[in-house]
Design a protein around this ligand. Structure first.
Ligand code: PNW
Length: 483
């Protein structure tokens, strides 16, 4: 722990690098036997993606992975977090469906290329692109029994194929997004919602909680498989990645706003982290959701509790929280409160970006790392995503885009805040993956919103040009990591 006067720093062996996800970068959606995912289908529905685009070509990383690795090398990255397209490996997704060797080969090639360049691979097994066939066959996550078995099979296939070379595994990326954005808001695939103007199917008051439950059980089951069948010989670690924004009371003198802040953290983070670290859902959720929130059987909780070797933390922004006095609506998913970007006195939580939900607030990062560390008994933390878009970036010329000073400042602020948490708050943060290595398919925002430290020229054959931030991030880390 830091003593007074000590300078914020990061430990000698701190691991840093960049993150991406399969559907956002790979393209080649029909190549070499890949099956469809729910995002292929969702993108075809008019109005769902801002620019009407899809991941059809994206960054073409299926063909250009060697360029991606060269980029990582060039900017001095020590690690690369990427995800597996389940339907590339098992086109129909299920435990009795054929395995696509060419799909496995692609990821093996990528891993080999990384290792040949001394870059540590960190694999996310699931980053939202569920095989469409499983959705059609039994409703995907909504059928817990079938789903868990298929996810376990998929995980085992990947551990077997790559586990001798890959030592860091993430079961899921941001299950909150899959559950809430996919089954309540309807903004993400498969677009279920109670809003009949958006979709004829869905029940936002019930489905997201079932989806979250299935994800938690399958996470626990896959970790058990890894620990029993692979970890003894392969020696890696495994955990889940959760997203969460920091919160400040809208009215700092209002006790109800202060309480609502805690509820907001519980409805987003503790929904998943409490079962994993404490063995039950948060009381605030049980109170609001009643029996719409599933309960764990003793077998289930035995799988889930204690199932993280590390905590994967995705973090981008902060909100002001204003409590609501009314009874919660059935579809409310955030703890019956409002989120605002300005507080009662009109002060903004941070500057605007291209993403309406993202307003940088670096001190919030330090506070949230500490909140997580304190609540969950000082787990090992890997920050698995952090980054920003820039307001109007896509409307600029290429040369202007390459001078992304706002992004440099974002990383400077956030990485320093993380170093402060490490130095002064007694947290065990060991790694950081910036989002993202390159501009890519930003889900419902399409290609209009760029998050990359590398400019991808979508009109010019997906050629990559490192922005200023790609070069600066290494300097930021070199200044903070102890020699
Ligand atoms: C994360 N929100 O998603 C994802 O893991 C990435 O795939 C994504 O590209 C990145 O953040 C940037 O958006 C989020 O609306 C998507 O609050 C949406 C939200 C948060 C995170």
């Amino acid at each position: 722990m830091g003593s007074a006067g000590e300078k914020a720093h990061l430990p000698k062996d701190f691991l840093w690098g960049f993150a991406t996800a399969s559907y956002q970068i790979e393209g080649a959606i029909k190549e070499d036997g890949r099956g469809e995912s729910i995002w292929d289908t969702f993108c075809r529905i008019p109005g769902k993606i801002a620019d009407g685009s899809s991941g059809e070509t994206a960054c073409d990383s299926y063909h250009r992975y060697k360029e991606d690795v060269a980029l990582l090398k060039q900017v001095g990255a020590m690690a690369y977090r990427f995800s597996i397209s389940w339907s590339r490996v098992i086109p129909l997704g299920g435990r009795e469906d054929p395995i696509n060797e060419k799909g496995i080969q692609y990821y093996e090639n990528l891993v080999d290329e990384l290792l040949a360049n001394d870059i540590e691979p960190m694999i996310t097994l699931f980053h939202w692109d569920l095989p469409q066939a499983l959705h059609d066959r039994y409703g995907g996550f909504l059928n817990q029994e079938e789903y868990v078995k298929d996810y376990c099979h998929f995980s085992r296939v990947m551990f077997k194929a790559l586990g001798s070379k890959v030592k860091k595994w993430i079961t899921y990326n941001e299950p909150w997004c899959s559950s809430i954005l996919g089954y309540n808001v309807g903004q993400f695939a498969p677009g279920h919602t109670s809003d009949r103007k958006k979709n004829p199917i869905g029940d936002g008051s019930r489905e997201p909680w079932k989806v979250g439950h299935s994800i938690l059980i399958s996470h626990g089951a896959a970790v058990k498989i890894y620990r029993e069948e692979f970890k003894p010989s392969q020696g890696g670690t495994i955990g889940i990645t959760l997203n969460g924004d920091w919160v400040e009371p809208w009215d700092e003198t209002d006790q109800k706003d202060i309480e609502a802040c805690e509820r907001k953290l519980e409805f987003s983070i503790s929904w998943f982290a409490d079962p994993i670290y404490k063995g039950h859902y948060p009381e605030s959720m049980r109170k609001q959701l009643g029996d719409r929130l599933p309960t764990f059987t003793s077998d289930e909780i035995a799988l889930v509790q204690g199932s993280n070797d590390f905590y994967g933390m995705n973090h981008y922004t902060a909100d002001y929280i204003k409590h609501l006095d009314s009874e919660p609506e059935p579809d409310n998913f955030n703890g019956n409160l409002e989120t605002h970007k300005t507080n009662k006195s009109g002060h903004a939580i941070g500057p605007e970006t291209q993403s309406p939900w993202l307003c940088p607030n670096p001190p919030g990062f330090r506070k949230l790392i500490k909140w997580i560390s304190d609540r969950y008994g000082r787990p090992t933390i890997y920050v698995t995503e952090n980054g920003t878009s820039l307001k109007g970036e896509n409307d600029k010329t290429k040369d202007e885009i390459l001078e992304d000073d706002f992004r440099v400042e974002y990383f400077q602020g956030y990485i320093t805040a993380m170093a402060e948490a490490f130095t002064f708050d007694n947290v065990d943060v060991r790694g950081y993956m910036a989002w993202s290595l390159m501009d890519n398919f930003e889900w419902a925002e399409g290609y209009e919103t760029r998050f990359g430290v590398t400019f991808v020229d979508y009109e010019g054959g997906q050629k990559r040009y490192p922005k200023k931030s790609a070069k600066e991030i290494g300097n930021i880390f070199r200044n903070l990591i102890e020699s």
